[in-house]
Design a protein around this ligand. Structure first.
Ligand code: NAP
Length: 253
């Protein structure tokens, strides 16, 4: 851990930190000098990650949180400010519902569940984070979308709609707070090597790799570095943008 890293002295929340891209980003934030609040539903995973970060010399606080529940989100932000006195950065990364189905076969229950986490949950997270950041004198929020938030994806209309909505919410909030010291941006990864893709058999993974101009699947670390940069003061004139981390995939879309 470093006392002079790009997030040195900052207090950051990672929502969806129990595994995958969120867990790697939480470690990267801590390496960059931030005090990191780890949020997701899986308490044991959060505790294990916090212990690991602390063992490396970092500062981490696990706060079990359900993005489907406003009281839980409000408590996450309140606990953060009570423990660290401020909130400077937030990475809203959690998602529910991949829902592979052509539109006529997509169930309204699946769509509602995904909307509740990916859109309503992100709205509530931003609402409470923004209130805390205004009190802290500014901050930076990065919301997780996907290349599926910038283009249609066959058989994934439900997921794609929630990711488009995250981009719309973020861009509008960026305008609302641009003159109040709070920057809001989006990262839109292409395929990244976490649980779902790791479990795919080779014949299903091959076409995913072929669709990436760089010819490979990205790593969680590559997303984490982009998010860390967007949260840092190095990105001080950047707000309302969507940064693709996709090996060139959208360049040809
Ligand atoms: N992997 C990819 O190829 C890829 C590509 C583009 C975009 N993305 C996006 O990147 C993000 C992370 O992807 P990933 O592959 O790392 O996913 P993952 O391994 O499934 O992790 C999802 C995270 O979200 C949390 N979460 C889910 N529901 C939650 C809820 N109700 N309340 C709080 N936390 C909740 C999970 O924690 P708990 O289950 O412990 O709550 C977990 O920490 C997602 O938004 C995904 O759409 C991924």
């Amino acid at each position: 851990m470093t006392s002079h890293g790009p997030l040195s002295g900052k207090v950051a929340i990672v929502l969806g930190a129990s595994r995958g891209i969120g867990a790697v980003t939480a470690r990267t934030f801590a390496d960059a000098g931030a005090s990191v609040v780890l949020a997701a539903r899986s308490e044991d995973a959060l505790r294990a990650l916090a212990a690991d970060i602390e063992a490396q010399g970092g500062t981490a606080l696990p706060v079990p949180t359900d993005l489907g529940d406003e009281a839980s989100i409000e408590a996450l932000v309140r606990t953060t400010v009570a423990r660290f006195g401020r909130l400077d950065a937030a990475f809203n990364n959690a998602a529910d519902g991949h829902m592979p189905a052509p539109l006529a076969k997509l169930s309204v229950e699946d769509l509602d569940r995904a909307w509740r986490i990916n859109v309503r949950g992100f709205f509530l997270a931003m609402k409470h984070q923004l209130t805390a950041m205004l009190a802290s004198g500014g901050g930076a929020i990065v919301n997780m979308a996907s290349t599926a938030g910038l283009q249609g994806v066959r058989g994934m209309g439900g997921y794609s709609a929630t990711k488009h909505a995250i981009i719309g919410l973020t861009r509008s909030a960026a305008l609302d707070y641009a003159d109040q010291g709070i920057r809001l941006n989006v990262v839109a990864p292409g395929p990244i090597l976490t649980g779902r893709i790791q479990q795919l058999p080779e014949e299903r993974r091959a076409p995913i790799v072929r669709a990436v101009p760089m010819g490979r699947i990205g790593t969680p670390e590559e997303v984490a570095r982009a998010v860390t940069w967007l949260c840092s003061d190095a990105a001080s004139f950047i707000t309302g943008t969507t940064l693709a981390v996709d090996g060139g995939r959208l360049a040809g879309a």
